[in-house]
Ligand binder design. Structure first.
Ligand code: CO8
Length: 259
């Protein structure tokens, strides 16, 4: 039983599931919702029994953006004083892998939230977009930055400047989506299966792998390769490396530690 107002949470095996639950507003992300998402994900991150997190919405909308009604009356001063949206970023500092299961609209802040996750599963009806330009603003939580890194300048400019929506096939072709499934109803089961697979590995090593991939976005190739090599060396001091390699040699399943 979760005590949240705008999200639902549950644990399925070793997977923590967070479902955005503001159906009347197409899961528009108001401040309260995002505080709950970050709090729930942080709790799962700290739970040794959880090896991966799935974040999802409804069939019609993953999230149709930041809550325009909540934002519309804000001023520069009020946004600056509250450092509006800054706490969302805490999601990207969590070490447990997060899979976004995305159906329907993933627009504005919804697209940005999906891109803050580590992997993204989409269905045929999924529509991504950064339509903020239609509201007289620009993306405010990474849309111009993460989208550009994911799909390149050409598509990012197109989406951010025209405000058009991008279908799931185009998104998969462009590198935004990890896996495009055949039917919308397959999105959540596929995300759960992916998360279960990740959660069956060593939690510690999955976190290290996530960290290594993320380093690629923050550093030069030479420094990234150096980080990877040293981290690889360091893993030879762990139980899970000894166990994983011994299990291969002995032709049995590895029993990883879940810390
Ligand atoms: N904010 C608040 N309410 C919303 C939002 C939203 N982003 N999107 C939909 N709703 C509400 C509608 O107002 C409507 O409520 P009501 O019934 O009370 O009028 C209800 O959800 C259903 O919406 P529609 O009737 O419009 O449903 P349609 O199926 O006709 O259309 C669309 C669906 C195309 C998704 C349409 O609702 C739409 O265009 N929504 C806005 C999309 C948008 O512009 N998103 C970007 C928002 S700005 C943003 O995200 C900035 C990010 C900045 C930083 C990130 C931090 C959050």
């Amino acid at each position: 039983m979760s005590s949240y107002e705008n999200i639902l949470t549950e644990t399925r095996g070793r997977v923590g599931v967070i479902t955005l639950n503001r159906p009347k507003a197409l899961n528009a992300l108001n401040d309260a919702t995002m505080r709950e998402v970050v709090a729930a994900a942080t709790a799962f991150d700290a739970d040794a029994g959880v090896g991966a997190i799935v974040l999802t919405g409804s069939e019609k909308a993953f999230a149709a953006g930041a809550d325009i009604k909540e934002m519309s009356s804000q001023t520069y001063d009020s946004m600056y004083a509250a450092d509006w949206f800054a706490h969302w970023d805490n999601l990207t500092r969590l070490r447990t892998p997060i899979v976004a299961a995305v159906n329907g609209y993933a627009l504005g802040g919804g697209c940005e939230l999906a891109m803050m996750c580590d992997m993204l599963i989409a269905g045929p009806s999924t529509k991504f977009g950064q339509p903020e330009i239609n509201l007289g603003v620009i993306p405010g939580m990474g849309g111009s930055q993460r989208l550009t890194r994911a799909v390149g300048k050409a598509k990012a400019m197109d989406l951010c400047l025209t405000g058009r929506f991008m279908g799931a096939e185009e998104a998969e072709r462009s590198g935004l989506v990890s896996r495009l499934v055949e039917a919308d109803e397959d999105v959540l089961p596929t995300a759960l299966e992916m998360a279960e697979t990740i959660a069956s590995k060593s939690k510690f090593v999955a976190q290290v792998a996530k960290e290594a991939v993320n380093v690629a976005f923050e550093t030069t190739l030479a420094q990234g390769i150096q980080f990877e090599r040293r981290t690889f060396h360091a893993l030879f001091s762990t139980h899970d490396q000894k166990e994983g390699m011994a299990a291969f040699v002995e032709k049995r399943e590895a029993k990883f530690e879940h810390r």
